[in-house]
Design a protein around this ligand. Structure first.
Ligand code: C5P
Length: 233
């Protein structure tokens, strides 16, 4: 009976996203200061790429909008669109969002970008750079949340560094503010979670539920997240 149940669950979810259009953002953004320098972060894109690959495996038609990463394009029905800065990521998302059923925002978008791009390498000898003026980047998840239609499902991520209770409250605040349907919380306080690792430990939070998962490979975490999504389609 146990074997039958495992096989049933496996094959049951195999094509559970057939006919669905899924948008995934992944990786960091690099906001250029000059031709050789940028403001960015340590995101590797592994979590988002795993979600894109698993959604395609389940039959979805996937658009993966990726910031700079070392990862190869996922195989299968994934259209990978490579961008560098937040504004390009927003434009790529906006161009497909109206036709999207499920959007998963796993990119670590830089919050700020330099106001001015210096088109020659800033030289140490000549220029004194007391400060780099920054301007706020658009919030891609919130922008999509503001024009979300009934039937579209928008999922965000919350990477927290603080204590668990605060982390969950912050994640719920983001869920409301960005008009998300679900938010995946991971905290850097958990060993093996967050940037760069091949594993992650997440809690998936919705308006009326919260499900905490164990530390797992990012492929398995992707599968758990997509299970949470398909259960609520
Ligand atoms: O506000 P915070 O950056 O913590 O929110 C994280 C969530 O919002 C993630 O889903 C991330 O992909 C998304 N986000 C975004 N555009 C931004 C900042 C965050 O889409 N400029």
């Amino acid at each position: 009976e146990k074997i039958a149940a495992v096989l049933d669950a496996f094959f049951g979810r195999q094509l559970s996203l057939k006919g669905k259009k899924v948008l995934v953002t992944a990786g960091p953004t690099y906001e250029r200061i000059d031709p050789v320098r940028f403001i960015g972060n340590f995101s590797t894109g592994k979590m988002g790429y795993a979600i894109a690959a698993e959604a395609a495996r389940r039959g979805a038609d996937v658009t993966l909008v990726s910031g700079p990463t070392d990862l190869p394009d996922p195989a299968g029905s994934v259209n990978t669109v490579r961008v560098e800065i937040a504004r390009q990521m927003l434009a790529a998302c906006e161009s497909v969002f109206a036709q999207t059923d499920i959007a998963v925002m796993s990119a670590a978008v830089a919050d700020y970008a330099p106001k001015h791009f210096v088109d020659r390498k800033i030289k140490r000898e000549h220029d004194s750079v007391d400060s780099i003026e920054l301007v706020k980047n658009p919030d891609i998840a919130a922008t999509l949340g503001a024009c979300k239609r009934a039937g579209q499902l928008l999922v965000g991520f919350a990477l927290e560094t603080g204590a668990t209770a605060d982390a969950e409250a912050n994640a719920r605040e983001k869920l409301d503010r960005k008009n998300l349907d679900m938010i995946v919380l991971n905290t850097l306080a958990d060993k093996g979670a967050g940037f760069g690792t091949d594993t992650n430990k997440v809690t998936v939070i919705g308006r009326d539920f919260a499900e905490a998962f164990q530390l797992k490979s990012k492929a398995e975490v992707a599968s758990d997240i997509l299970d949470c999504i398909t259960d609520r389609l």
